[in-house]
Design a protein around this ligand. Sequence first.
Ligand SMILES: Cc1ncc(COP(=O)(O)O)c(C=O)c1O
Length: 403
Amino acid sequence: MRLASRVERIEPFYVMEVAKRATALSSTALCDPAQGGRPMLFLNIGEPDCTACDRVQAAAHAAIEQGRTAYTAATGLPALRQAISRWYAQRFQVDVDPTRIVITAGASAALQLAMLALVEPGDEVICPDPSYPCNRHFVTAAGGQARLLPTAAEHRYAPTAQQLESHWGSATRGVLLASPSNPTGTSIDPRELQALVDTARSRGGWTVVDEIYLGLSYDARYGQTALALGEDVWSVNSFSKYFGLTGWRLGWLVAPLEAVPALERLAQNLYICASAVAQHAALACFEAESLREYEQRRGEFQRRRDYVVPALRAMHWPVPVDPDGAFYAWIDSSDIAADSWDLCLQLMQHAQVTLTPGRDFGPALAARHVRLSFASSMQTLEQAMARLAAVDRAQLARPWEGA
Ligand SMILES: Cc1ncc(COP(=O)(O)O)c(C=O)c1O
């Protein structure tokens, strides 16, 4: 069968390979307490360990029972666009016209819409390295080329405006950032973000910021939306993380007003609308009681961060920058093992702990970093830290020789 060449340019998602191995190992004697083993602890998972809150579940049931399941407008339910706009005003003191908000099937579909609307074949888009791998693949899928700029801990793993300026070429059309970032859990310093947006503007380019972890912020210096920087800034968001609705497939895109008719045409043709049931249910996310619950959950994620990061550092697993958002710690593993992929395989085998090797997130820091997700219970995290502290470092430093 002859497939389009674009699929060749989409790299495999190695995280899935690690997850598959961990799952396979977890059904062996090594992980079976009945046979003297220990259950695998999965700290590789990038989704909250809680599901939809009660009010959202009840709203979903009501939508189904009342038959509110027909297609919605391609841009989403007007009431949901208004609710999101009010959330921006109340929580972030930013005025966002609801008609700039397009409801999508998760941040993934928002990224796809944005890239299809902005990228011509042959265009170049600048992305940070490391970053969430799918983001650069949305550029590729639209016919463009992602150019990865290596980042450093001292700049919170974000490109600097100077770097952006010096790498902006004749084919560059824009920059696709994320704040807070997956895999680092770090946000871009607000002054630096302003400088990045200004640099892109001065080159006639655009800025898209993936803000899927926007609500999950633990440091008042960050946690602001890039939408405050002007109506030409694009922002991608989702109900997956802060609102805990990963599998419901719901998110949104905020775009400049003049782009909305084009986005609407794309959405109509590509998927008609996001899930109607999920949209009706998501209205309940913005009720006061639900928002209180999300804030409690955020507090719990912060508690886990405040436990995990010092615990890692105490056992000499360096986390160069405090994660200020999301639920990831980006660990510099270069003093533990030469290769982070081998390290993750050794850890599964000898500690029954699964972490994510840096490989997916871009080549610059891949071999020297691993990502730990603290989206698991405190009990799981405490067990994992005890196992990591006890594991033989000499064993971890060896190259992986298993299958
Ligand atoms: C940075 C980032 N962007 C986008 C996504 C896609 O999320 P979803 O499509 O579930 O909203 C993820 C998922 O982990 C992510 O980490």
